[in-house]
Design a protein around this ligand. Sequence first.
Ligand code: ADP
Ligand code: MG
Length: 318
Amino acid sequence: MDDRWRRPESRGHNRARTAADANAEPYIECRDLFKIFKKAELEVVALRGLDLEVLPAEMVAIVGASGSGKSTLLNILSGLDRPSAGQVRVGNRDLLNISDQELVQYRRLEVGFVWQATARNLVPYLSARDNIELPQAIAGVGSRARRERSLELLAVLGIEDKAERRIEQLSGGEQQRLAIAVGMANSPPLLLADEPTGELDTQTAVQVFELLKDVNRIYGVTVVVVTHYPGVAEHMDRVLHIRDGRISSESRADADGADAAATEEFLVVDRVGRLQLPQEYVDRLNMHGLAKADIAGQEVNIRPASPGSGRRSSEQAP
Ligand code: ADP
Ligand code: MG
């Protein structure tokens, strides 16, 4: 372990920041993260050596096929689950070695979450405003400050006129807006969302992403959102693609920023040089087992060891 996993006082979230600063120290740092689920005799490796860095106030989407490990990662970042091995730091918290008591504090004050199922985000018999006040009350915030904060968040999320409505009197989109407000109730430096628009139509989904962006800009909150929404890149600083429990590639808006819709995709090479080839390439070249790599100037060429054969000659990747 190097120093930065040990010195919490040197870090902190900068609330004044309005956009991610590429030179800042990451707010989230995962290294070689593993999560293994054991069910009777069966072991499922949900995360296999995942590396991830997210800057303070950055807005990042995580996309990937069902079962690729997205929710597992978010559950770990939200402190609901613990990793099996590796390193994970959020702000000044080491989430692998954190005590149960500290984890409760972390969940209460340092991270907000929005789930796909609105029922999981909101208390049905309370008003919209009371839903935002509840996590503040649990954190010991006084009634006046709670009310102020709730009204502010309702306004930011454009549902101030729904303050006294009960949950069932809100539309799906309004419920997810409220869920974002609840997630932000205690001003956490990190907001996580797991498929927050999964049950919404496209137009409403776009509104939810726009509101996440507003919250990100206004409060400088770091946002990580898991989504299947195809147009998500437009709303994010980066989109990370997760495959088989690791980040395989990432896309980001073109550097010149002239065309908001243009994104560039990159493969992710980790600290020891591992990368995941796009599935399409693997399939096309029938690339399994041994491969040959050689360097040509500034490029690396990779090809199957015996062209076309694709025979699995070893379990070990080169
Ligand atoms: P995603 O959110 O990308 O669809 P998950 O993170 O939910 O994927 O799951 C990743 C893998 O871990 C899947 O194979 C899933 O079946 C398995 N998994 C997730 N949670 C559990 C659990 N509590 N017990 C056993 N296996 C699990
Ligand atoms: Mg999931």
